[in-house]
Each structure stands twice: as structure tokens, then as C-alpha cells.
Design a protein around this ligand. Structure first.
Ligand SMILES: *Cc1c(COP(=O)(O)O)cnc(C)c1O
Length: 384
């Protein structure tokens, strides 16, 4: 029996670590063999839970981890040693000591950072390996490509810094292949201008999940940085990447609290956000925005009960959501399992569909499932 049927959880996430490993293998298989795999596990591994996700990715032999900040990186170090960890965010001055204590690779975008980190490395009497980031159209971290030469020069002169890699980030890889190609071109040109770079000794990377749909095997890249796709969510129509066969590893579940009858004309939820047009049977589901059910799903979207779609009625509340079960053929009763995201019976609700109801992106939904929601890890199919 699974934990989720024996422990009294009323809203939980089920995470299939075996599927995570299969996804990873599938992504790797679609790329040339020499390409290093940098697993992006920022924000608690996209809400899946850092501890379990990272441990499994370590077993599955990823080459490197990427996180947003030094605290996330320190957490990885506590799980296992031996993997290089790159910090994708800027390193603040009061975070610098972590780089040395935990052996982390910072991202450098400015000359100020070169000077600051070089000073720090000198004071630690320890060379610091860093990656330089180039801005080719994201407008976020990285040195704007036209100004990169100056940064590379400053880096070259910094005696306590060593270069471990150079990278850029795509702004529109899932939507605009033309713009992505332009970014690739600017990146390659920028690197080519730096005569002291020995690119074969560096990690040269750009591709996020959507990026690899336009990956060119003969290009300058020797690493990819994958987040969403390893969790089985393709940020673009799968057809573009036909050979990468991934399955979602995340399911969002709850239970029916009570089932009750309401007459036509009854008002539903805060603000009387719905008035019933017919005599109805409703189920009160034990999950709300306090668990990560977006308020945007109010009076919109479905949940699955008994494998059938039940429309959400009225405003989602903090702990509970009201759904219409009038048209469900079977008997719906207290304790029944409710699927918010994932398969159930013949049906299923995909994260992408759920995100559209919420007018947001899959990344944000995964990050919005709150701490209150226990993550249950499994490697085999659970029924019930
Ligand atoms: C989050 C992130 C990624 C991973 O992006 P996905 O689209 O989730 O694969 C890669 N690179 C950087 C710099 C990121 O911030």
C-alpha cells in the first residue's frame, strides 16, 4: 500500500522518481554523447523537492547541477559530493564565502564581479572557477554581447579566477526559433573574438529545455542546462522533439471532504461567485489556494473524480474547492481521490492544461504548490 493511502493526507503531490530517471535517459539519448548534462534544480527542483530529486539525479549520473543561489547549492552539497554546482544567479557580496566553503561555481556578468570575486579568492588564497555569461537577448544576467571583450580581458587579468565555462540564455526558445538562431549566432561570434579561450577545455552551454529543439550537434556547445523537460513537461509541441520521449513525473491530488445536494438558485462560495442553474450534487474538495490551486481556477477548469471531469464551481478558497459532481455516473463519497493534475482512470489533466486555466506557465504552477503539500515519492504505479 502506498503512503498516500495509509497516511491521512488531504492534498499531496506524487512524484515518480523512476520516470525522472527515464526522462533524463531519453533526453541524453537525443543529444550527442559528448554533451554534458547540467540538471537545473533551482526552486526546490521546480517544486518537486530538492532532497529526493537531486539524490535520484545523482544516481542517474548527471554531470553537474545548476541552482539559483548559494543556499540552494549548499543544500546539494549536503546530499552528496563530487558534482560541480553552478550558481545561475548573481552572487551577492555577503554570499561570497559560500563559494569557497562549498566549492561552487559562480556566474560572472560584470567587471565589478570580476574584481570583487578575484579579491575574495586572493584573500582565501584559493583560485576560484567561474563561468562568464553573455547576454544575447534575454536582458537579464550576463554581459551584453557587444561589451563582452572588456569583461573577458578583465577576467583574463584576474590572477585568482579561472574560467570554467561560457554561457548564454535563450529568451524565446519555445516560441521563436528565428530569434533563438540569432542568439546562437551572437553567442558563437562573441566567443570567437576572444583569442585566449580554449573552448574545448571549457563548458560552452546555452540550451534550456526548449533550446534543444534547435540544437545543432556540430555547434560550439558541449553542455545543456535542462530544467522543465526532465520533469516530463515539454515547453513546446512534442513534435519538434519527436525522439525525446518524456512523461510527467508530478501529480497533484486531494480528496473529497463531503458530498451534498444543493437546489437550483443556491449561491456558491465567496462573493456568491456562482448561482446554481439546476439542482446539483457538489463535492467539497480538500484543496485550495493555500495548497497551490490558483485562484484563477475559480469557476473554471476541472478536477477528476472517478476518472471523470468535474467542473470547479465558484471561487477557489484557501483550503477547499467546490466542484460539480451532478453528472458523475458512479457514487461520489467522502474520502474519494481527486486528481488536480495527472492521470486518473481513462482521463487525465495535463500540467499544461491546468496552467492555461490559470493563465500562467507550467514552471509557475510547479513552483506554486505550497509547503503544506507533502511530496510523496514513488517508483512504481500507485492505485487507489
Ligand atoms: C531555469 C534555467 C534553465 C532551465 O530552463 P528550463 O526551461 O526549465 O529547462 C536554464 N538556464 C538558466 C539560466 C535558467 O535560469
Amino acid at each position: 500500500m502506498s503512503q498516500s493511502t495509509t497516511t491521512p493526507f488531504r492534498c499531496w503531490a506524487e512524484i515518480d522518481l523512476a520516470a525522472l530517471e527515464r526522462n533524463l535517459k531519453s533526453i541524453r539519448a537525443a543529444l550527442p554523447e559528448h554533451i554534458k548534462y547540467i540538471a537545473v534544480v533551482k526552486a526546490e527542483a521546480y517544486g518537486h523537492g530538492m532532497q529526493q530529486t537531486v539524490a535520484r539525479l545523482m544516481q542517474a549520473n548527471v554531470d553537474m547541477f545548476a541552482v539559483a543561489n548559494v543556499l540552494e547549492a549548499a543544500k546539494i552539497r549536503e546530499i552528496g559530493t563530487g558534482w560541480p554546482i553552478i550558481v545561475l544567479g548573481a552572487t551577492l557580496e555577503n554570499e561570497e564565502s559560500y563559494l569557497f566553503e562549498y566549492d561552487l561555481i559562480p556566474t560572472i556578468s560584470t567587471i565589478e564581479e570580476v574584481e570583487r570575486l578575484n579579491r575574495k579568492a586572493r584573500s582565501h588564497e584559493k583560485p576560484l572557477k567561474a563561468h562568464i555569461k553573455i547576454d544575447t537577448g534575454m536582458g537579464r544576467l550576463g554581459i551584453w554581447h557587444e561589451y563582452a571583450t572588456e569583461l573577458f580581458d578583465a577576467f583574463h587579468k584576474a590572477t585568482f579566477l579561472t574560467l570554467g565555462g561560457v554561457y548564454t540564455h535563450f529568451a524565446s526558445a519555445s516560441r521563436d526559433p528565428e530569434f533563438t538562431r540569432r542568439q546562437r549566432q551572437l553567442f558563437t561570434e562573441t566567443i570567437a573574438k576572444v583569442d585566449w579561450l580554449e573552448t574545448e577545455k571549457l563548458l560552452i552551454h546555452a540550451d534550456n529545455s526548449a533550446g534543444i529543439s534547435t540544437f545543432a550537434p556540430d555547434s560550439v556547445y558541449n553542455a545543456v542546462r535542462i530544467g522543465l523537460l526532465q520533469f516530463g513537461i515539454a515547453p513546446y509541441p512534442l513534435s519538434i522533439l519527436g525522439e525525446v520521449d518524456t512523461t510527467p513525473i508530478f501529480e497533484f491530488k486531494s480528496r473529497v471532504g463531503i458530498v451534498k445536494q444543493l437546489p437550483a438558485g443556491a449561491t456558491i462560495s465567496y462573493g456568491r461567485s456562482r448561482t446554481l442553474q439546476r439542482d446539483s450534487r457538489v463535492a467539497i474538495v480538500c484543496a485550495g489556494y493555500g495548497d497551490g490551486v490558483p485562484l484563477k481556477l475559480s469557476d473554471r477548469g476541472d478536477v477528476l473524480i472517478s476518472g471523470e471531469r468535474c467542473p470547479i464551481l465558484g471561487q477557489v478558497t484557501m483550503d477547499q474547492t467546490i466542484v460539480d459532481v451532478t453528472d458523475i455516473e458512479g457514487v461520489v463519497k467522502s474520502g474519494d481521490q481527486v486528481t488536480l493534475i495527472g492521470p486518473q482512470g481513462e482521463g487525465g489533466i495535463r500540467l499544461q492544461e491546468f496552467s492555461e486555466w490559470a493563465e500562467t506557465i507550467p514552471w509557475e504552477i510547479l513552483c506554486s504548490v505550497t509547503k503544506r503539500v507533502p511530496r510523496i515519492y514513488r517508483t512504481a504505479i500507485i492505485t487507489g
